[in-house]
Design a protein around this ligand. Structure first.
Ligand SMILES: Nc1ncnc2c1ncn2[C@@H]1O[C@H](COP(=O)(O)OP(=O)(O)OP(=O)(O)O)[C@@H](O)[C@H]1O
Ligand SMILES: [Mg+2]
Length: 475
């Protein structure tokens, strides 16, 4: 077996240097990568920072009992397989070890050849466990809306629309919303909640390719339709028969294709490129865009008749900044996601970090939040993500259009004038009450950021204690 490279990582935890040495040399021959720890503390440190497939664990360690390390491994959710070793065979320890999820139990001295076989078997079981876990995950991820996070009222309305229209499996759906709000995930969820779920979901972004390529992607082509067309080829509509076709960035679809798509939506038939026969298929179209389609229609960039046909069932996905409470929920969702991906154990965010996320206006929406969390988890090393792990995320209150001096704004100055400072203080107090003392929220009501609110509270001598602001006055 010498010389084979298995690439699997084995951690040897034993205080006997000589034993570690002989095991290491032997197992290296089998092609494993070896890590070593002489104490429980060292073992914990290695487990926290390395990916380990199998642990050879001595029961009697200078600073703790091997069973504690076994418990630690299980608590932390490491999927490494554990083989326990001991010089003193105690039935009680063996029973405990097996109960706590050890794979097997060896009494020293043992035959290294036997150990080598046992390790191979144990690692097979690790692989199997991982395969099952992956299968489980991919099954869960096909459950559609379960993976789309959101508890805000704004998103509840969206989910409701998705679930309702899912049942009407021939209705065309138009999903609109800023970049990164989750149009893709919602389209997929819609498909998975419809009775087309077992049929294909095909996705095409209308921006990425040239007009002729796009046409042949969608409708397929006959042999000889163009120079490279050596064989006939089915397009997306035929491949997705019985399922759903998701046309992303529909606003970028070239005009000639818009006409063909309109015809398809009207009578479910089309011709392959270079073909003369009508092909009929049964697919539902979901289109998506982050552009203002009515405006495009007005400007002549998009066919009005196609727009009205697509707009049968519009779903407008709100930007993240309009989803009350969802930033926190999504941040935690992404922390869990990256914990799995990076094998980390981050628990959450400090309240300051959370407040920074909460007060940001998220122009890149959920995608941007996901990226920020990913970056923070790479940078941070503690159990909580701190402000230091986050980028600046300057809070930008919505821009107020500059008024020309001659044009009256929305506010009317009373004939006798007002005391501007008093007005400011009064509005600040009202906003703080309405926001139960949460500065970020109060700031949002006034177009100010948290620091600006804090500064004003200080200069007006207003108390910082939140409970003072939590009142029945909240509207
Ligand atoms: N509600 C949500 N719950 C969990 N993840 C989400 C949610 N919304 C979006 N995401 C994630 O955010 C990222 C961006 O979402 P998606 O690609 O669906 O956005 P989009 O609206 O299609 O963006 P674009 O307009 O740029 O195509 C993806 O990684 C997606 O998984
Ligand atoms: Mg998209």
């Amino acid at each position: 077996m010498a010389g084979t490279s298995k690439n699997e990582v084995i951690l040897i935890v034993d205080d006997e240097k000589l034993l570690r040495w002989s095991l290491r040399e032997r197992l290296k021959e089998d092609g494993y990568k070896i890590l070593e720890a002489g104490t429980g503390a060292e073992a914990r440190a290695i487990l926290a920072s390395h990916f380990v497939d199998l642990v050879l664990l001595d029961i009697k360690l200078p600073d703790c009992n091997g069973l504690e390390i076994l418990a630690h491994i299980r608590e932390r959710g490491h999927d490494a397989t554990v083989l326990l070793m001991t010089a003193y065979s105690s039935v009680e320890d063996a029973v405990n070890a097996m109960r706590m999820g050890a794979y097997n139990y060896l009494t020293k001295p043992f035959n290294v050849e036997e150990l080598s076989v046992l390790i191979e078997k144990a690692l097979e079981s690790t692989q199997l466990k991982r395969q099952i876990a992956r299968l489980h995950e991919s099954m869960q991820s096909t459950q559609g809306l379960d993976n789309v996070v959101g508890r805000s009222l704004a998103m509840a309305k969206v989910f409701d629309l998705v679930l309702k229209v899912a049942q009407f499996s021939t209705t065309t759906v138009l999903i609109t919303g800023e970049s990164g709000v989750g149009k893709d995930v919602l389209a997929k969820a819609l498909h998975l909640n419809s009775d087309r779920a077992m049929r294909p979901f095909m996705n095409l972004t209308c921006t990425t390719i040239t007009e002729s390529l796009l046409e042949s992607e969608l409708f397929g082509h006959e042999r000889g339709a163009f120079t490279d067309a050596k064989n006939s080829k089915k397009g997306l509509f035929e491949l997705a028969d019985g399922g759903t076709v998701f046309l992303d960035e529909i606003g970028d679809m070239p005009a000639a294709l818009q006409a063909k798509l309109l015809r398809f939506l009207q009578d479910k038939t089309f011709k392959r490129v270079g073909g003369s026969q009508d092909v009929t298929v049964d697919v539902r179209i979901i289109a998506a865009t982050n552009k203002d389609l009515p405006k495009l229609v007005e400007d002549g960039g998009f066919r009005g008749d196609l727009f009205y046909r697509l707009d049968t069932f519009p779903i407008a996905v709100p930007p993240l900044r309009e989803r009350d409470g969802d930033v926190t929920l999504l941040a935690q969702h992404f922390i869990d996601l990256f914990n799995k991906q990076f094998r980390k154990h981050v628990k959450g965010l400090t309240s300051e970090a959370l407040e920074r996320l909460d007060s940001y206006h998220w122009p890149g929406n959920v995608r941007e939040l996901k990226n920020v969390v990913e970056r923070a988890m790479i940078l941070g090393s503690g159990e909580l993500i701190t402000e230091d792990n986050l980028p600046q995320l300057a809070s930008q209150p919505k821009a107020i259009p500059t008024q020309q001096a001659s044009v009256a704004g929305p506010y009317q100055l009373p004939p006798d004038g007002i005391n501007l400072e008093e007005l400011e203080r009064d509005l600040l107090i009202q906003a703080l009450r309405r926001a139960n003392g949460v500065k970020t929220k109060a700031g949002r009501l006034l177009g100010l950021n948290r620091d600006q609110i804090r500064y004003r509270m200080k200069s007006w001598g207003l108390t910082d204690a939140r409970e003072t602001w939590v009142s029945n006055n909240a509207q």
